[in-house]
Design a protein around this ligand. Structure first.
Ligand SMILES: Nc1ncnc2c1ncn2[C@@H]1O[C@H](COP(=O)(O)OP(=O)(O)OP(=O)(O)O)[C@@H](O)[C@H]1O
Ligand SMILES: NC(=O)c1ccc[n+]([C@@H]2O[C@H](COP(=O)(O)O)[C@@H](O)[C@H]2O)c1
Length: 192
């Protein structure tokens, strides 16, 4: 049996990794779908699809060895039409028998398409949440104990913390300018 588990994995953390270990008890093969694959370099989605492929491919080797799990990592870009998203996923992924997700929209779209969806409880959600882990990286707080070692290695290799801090700062400036104006007018007037 082949399963499919999709997430943004920004970054892939120990909550996702625990979910994969649970899934490994139920399937022989697992497709890990990297959602929002076209997004990167923002505070919400700092890492590219390729970087997330590295994190996940290296991390799940543990389960390939221990549980004989066969894994495939497939990047999946977003579409602006939810109604055809499941077909889009199916067009990019090896075929699968069951989907795993705790995301209510994803669950609904798969179920409406007649695909079985299995949900799990959230593991240590107070510690294992992507947005919180990204904030800890920005603030210089501990985060390494919340992700697999392979993810620490990848983030260090790509200098990911520095990137995240830079793009997060840009996001704050953009949000401030969207709310208060860029000050472009006064700069323009000063030119005369
Ligand atoms: N701690 C966790 N335990 C179990 N499942 C989780 C956990 N965290 C996330 N998931 C599930 O994994 C899938 C992918 O999640 P996602 O990559 O959005 O992580 P996230 O921690 O919710 O990140 P973000 O805060 O960036 O949205 C979703 O179905 C999500 O519900
Ligand atoms: N219309 C669409 O493009 C569509 C619909 C549902 C989910 N998704 C994607 O699936 C992924 C779901 O992952 P999360 O559970 O991590 O949010 C996200 O990348 C999300 O953007 C996309």
């Amino acid at each position: 049996m082949r399963g499919f588990y999709i997430g943004r994995f920004q970054p892939y953390h120990n909550g996702h990794h625990t979910m994969v270990s649970t899934i490994a008890e139920e399937v022989d093969e697992l497709v890990l779908g990297i959602g929002s694959a076209g997004d990167s370099h923002s505070a919400h989605d700092p890492f590219t699809a390729g970087e997330r492929i590295m994190m996940i491919t290296k991390a799940v080797r543990e389960y390939e060895r221990e549980d004989d799990l066969v894994t495939y990592v497939v990047p999946i870009e977003d579409l602006n039409r939810n109604s055809v998203w499941v077909s889009h996923v199916q067009s990019m992924s090896p075929s699968f028998d069951v989907a795993y997700s705790n995301n209510p929209l994803v669950v609904q779209l798969f179920e409406e398409a007649g695909i079985e969806v299995r949900q799990s409880s959230m593991f240590e959600r107070d510690r294992l949440e992507g947005s919180d882990i990204r904030q800890r990286m920005i603030d210089g707080e501990t985060w390494r104990d919340r992700v697999p070692d392979a993810v620490v290695e990848t983030i260090e290799e790509i200098n990911g913390i520095q990137r995240l801090r830079t793009v997060a700062e840009d996001d704050v400036v953009e949000r401030w300018e969207a709310k208060n104006g860029s000050g472009g007018e006064s700069v323009h007037r000063d030119d005369h």
